[in-house]
Write a protein that binds this ligand. Structure first.
Ligand code: ATP
Ligand code: MG
Length: 795
């Protein structure tokens, strides 16, 4: 018997209650930030299950991030003792990955296909351009990547792309070559995950019919940021069109907020909302107008700001909470001063007001802003955690390790081959690789298969590399995931290589962390525990009667795991499961890749505004509110762009529950240049009565040397409060690893126009006298005067 209904629905307001308990039919919930959309969605799932309107296997829920998916499951299990294992809850990419693995034959992919992240995709395109002599000035690889991603988001294959002139014909040709290359290597990029699984549903009636029957309830969060293809994908899942109407077995509930649409640059279409209402003949539309998240000073600021946008569907938001603290605004002289102010406020929030560090977020428009904030937090010994930015799995040494692992699974993965064929160095030069690539192209085979075509010493070196991987593959047969990785780290020579490198200790630590990540992937996520899992229909029946499924105990727990896009996936035809290694590699490509070790720590949260969508924190800092940065240069010239920036600011503001801090700096070191900035127009669009300006009085514009260190940044400030900061800097010993200047510190990777990439070893002196010792692999170690040398931090 189901538990009493009351606790589940308790505390919902009438509109929320109506939404949670809607009868069948498609529904759109359009509501502002913090009005409980996500809560309604989650409660709806619980309510459907509790009242027998749905079984776990009949639920498909789409979230915007993996983190959101995890949170949804956590909340769900807290509400209801429910077995979430049969549910499909995840991001579009995660769900598509599941579909493609389960039906890889129909999708024309190897089951163990690898996923290319953005970096891999770019290097694959660069390789292609070299191979086919594409003029990279005329067709920059980055633009080609963008072009291809766009085509895929529109659902267009090369043959479908209209090409009227020579340039666009060339681009389409490259797109086709790229597609062929990926297919040959058995790899897919993010866009391909989506497009391929859309085509899978579209072109295979039995598979489509199966999922349409299975998923009686499809729920989509953050619907305003779906792109065209995702919308079409949902439509395939929901039903078939006949006589101009969607014939649907189930119901789709979409929740969204047009004011929070911030991914137009990636193809998101707010227009999907209107299309949804029309094409699905939506029966229920509900608005939620009560905000439960923020005090009214914060909410008023958000409302006031967003009212400057003209294209809105129109919603109201009110709160019954009091005014709360005013929104604090700080005008800093430099980005460094801004960061120091933030750190100071954060320490006070924690010490005096009892805020948990993990409930404090620092949001920024651009990833490049995080560096100076990080270094200040680091200097003050405040634990912090960065989301996004360079993710763990994107670090160079980790990518190298993953490339070896990928080659174990698939020797024809040319991207991985090229990444490590000469890393650690084995005397294989660029010329040899050109010969190899030519041979492979002529034979129409992978680099691996073309090795024997290269003559002489070079060929022997290549042969030795291939043999190394082959031996490693044999050595690791039957080993645990951990065992495989440890063996790989040793046999590949990676650890040994970094041991001899001056700054290699960090990298070895990260490689060790990879072992830990694999270990926790296996244990926490339980990979390997499941016997088998097949695509199941709503009643837990498998799609096909494979030999494996016949042996299944019908009372065994649902084996269809919702959260791990890989675990428990099995070939619908053969019953073949993914190896833990492939599962782990997929996890590495799809997950945010946050450092596992940091996960539970009480740390200040740093992230871009984009990454903060859907989240909430007790206190929020939004820095860098400067023209050109926020609103961003790229966007502020046209109205659409500016409106999107404003929505982004609206998202940022509405993350805050209790305290909101806004700041801008008069000068900022960004991308190696000092920029003099005007404060953001957004300040003028906030209600004056909700703000409190706390700028130091005597701080004048132009009276200080830009970015010349803490001393001058605070020399003009009222002192006292910040006094200890200057001391920290004054007493910093020369070449101390903690010293910072011009936004640099030891350990950072930098780029110099003449010497190329290098690594900062030490910083000495301050202001105009500051110098950095930088090691450039090709030019050796040099000391550079920071007021003269143009160093860009490499991200
Ligand atoms: P966003 O647009 O930022 O994604 P949202 O509309 O999804 O926001 P939620 O995250 O679901 O909003 O809810 C915001 C906060 O308000 C959460 O902490 C949630 O628990 C709380 N909340 C929602 N509804 C109620 C309610 N009826 N009573 C008390 N708290 C509520
Ligand atoms: Mg939400």
């Amino acid at each position: 018997l189901s538990a009493p209904a009351a606790p589940l629905l308790q505390g919902l307001n009438p509109e929320q209650l109506a939404a949670v308990t809607l009868p069948s039919g498609h529904a759109l919930i359009l509501a502002g930030a913090g009005s409980g959309k996500t809560r309604v969605l989650t409660t709806r799932i619980a309510w459907l299950l509790q009242n027998g309107h749905a079984t776990p296997g009949g639920i498909l829920a789409v979230t915007f991030t993996n983190k959101a998916a995890k949170e949804m499951v956590a909340r769900l299990t807290a509400m209801l003792p429910v077995n979430v294992r049969g549910m499909w809850i995840g991001t579009f990419h995660g769900l598509c990955n599941r579909l493609l693995r389960a039906h890889h034959k129909a999708a024309n992919l190897p089951q163990a296909f690898q996923i290319l992240d953005t970096q891999d995709q770019l290097s694959a395109i660069k390789r292609l351009c070299k191979q086919f002599n594409v003029d990279e000035e005329r067709f920059p690889p980055k633009q080609l990547a963008y072009f291809i991603a766009n085509c895929k988001e529109e659902g267009l294959r090369p043959r479908d792309v209209p090409a009227h002139d020579a340039d666009s014909r060339k681009k389409v040709e490259i797109y086709a070559l790229y597609e062929a290359q990926c297919q040959r290597e058995g790899v897919v990029d993010f866009g391909e995950l989506m497009l391929r699984s859309y085509e899978l549903l579209r072109d295979h009636d039995p598979i489509r019919a199966h999922y349409q029957r299975r998923f009686r309830h499809i729920l989509v969060d953050e619907f305003q940021d779906t792109n065209r293809l995702q919308y079409l994908w949902l439509k395939q899942m929901a039903g078939d069109e006949a006589e101009g109407r969607l014939q649907s077995h189930g119901c789709v509930m979409a929740v969204g907020d047009d004011d929070q649409s911030i991914y137009a640059f990636r193809g998101a279409r707010v227009g999907n909302m209107a299309d949804f209402v029309r094409e699905f003949a939506v029966q229920h539309q509900i608005k939620l107008e009560q905000n439960y998240r923020s005090y009214s000073n914060i909410l008023d600021s958000a409302n006031h700001l967003i009212s400057h946008n003209s294209r809105r569907l129109g919603k109201n938001l009110r709160t019954t909470q009091g005014a709360g603290e005013p929104v604090r605004v700080y005008e800093a002289a430099t980005d460094l001063a801004e960061a120091q102010w933030m750190v100071d406020e954060i320490r006070q929030l924690v010490k005096n007001d009892g805020f948990a560090r993990k409930e404090i977020a620092v949001l920024y428009r651009s990833n490049a802003q995080s560096r100076v904030i990080e270094s200040q937090l680091f200097n003050a010994s405040v634990p912090y955690r960065v989301y996004g930015g360079l993710r763990f799995f994107e670090r160079a040494e980790i990518k190298h390790a993953l490339a070896y692992l990928r080659l174990l699974e698939n020797p024809h993965d040319d991207t991985s081959f090229l990444r490590v064929v000469n890393f650690p160095p084995r005397g294989i030069g660029a010329r040899t690789l050109e010969v190899l690539q030519d041979a492979a192209r002529q034979a129409g085979c992978s680099l691996h298969d073309a090795v024997s075509a290269v003559p002489g010493k070079a060929g022997a070196n290549l042969g030795a590399f291939v043999a190394l991987v082959d031996v490693l593959r044999e050595q690791t047969q039957g080993l645990s995931l951990r065992g495989i990785i440890e063996q790989m780290l040793e046999s590949s020579g990676l650890v040994e290589h970094f041991r001899t490198e001056k700054e290699g200790a960090d990298r070895i630590e990260n490689l060790q962390e990879l072992v830990n990540a694999a270990e926790s992937f296996v244990t926490q996520e339980g990979f390997g525990r499941d016997a088998v899992a097949l695509p199941l229909d709503e009643h837990g029946q498998s799609l096909t009667q494979s030999p494996v499924s016949q042996g299944l105990d019908p009372d065994a727990p649902r084996l269809d795991e919702p959260l791990r896009p890989t675990a428990g996936i099995i070939d619908a035809d053969t019953g073949e499961t993914l190896s833990p290694l492939v599962a782990f590699l997929t996890h590495a490509a799809l997950e945010a890749g946050d450092n596992q070790a940091q996960a539970g720590q009480d740390a200040v949260q740093l992230m871009t505004v984009h990454a903060s969508k859907g989240l909430e924190f007790d206190a929020v800092f939004i820095g860098g509110l400067e023209e050109g940065l926020f609103p961003h240069d790229n966007a502020s010239s046209d109205r659409d762009g500016l409106e999107e920036e404003r929505r982004l600011m609206y998202v940022a503001i509405t993350r805050a529950r209790q305290r909101l801090y806004l700041s801008h700096a008069q000068t900022r070191l960004l991308h190696g240049q000092t920029r003099y900035n005007v404060k953001s127009r957004f300040f003028d669009e906030l209600p004056e009565e909700a703000l409190k300006w706390i700028t130091p009085k005597q701080q004048g514009f132009g009276s200080f040397a830009p970015n010349s260190g803490a001393g001058s940044a605070y020399g003009a400030s009222a002192g006292g409060r910040f006094g200890f900061k200057s001391e920290t800097f004054a007493s910093a010993s020369p070449a101390s690893s903690k010293a910072t200047s011009h936004g640099l510190r030891a350990g950072l990777a930098v780029f110099h126009t003449k010497f190329g990439e290098g690594k900062v070893l030490a910083i000495e002196g301050q202001g105009d006298d500051a110098r950095a010792q930088v090691h450039f692999p090709r030019h050796g170690t040099k000391w550079l005067a920071l007021s003269v040398a143009k160093l860009t931090v490499v991200e």
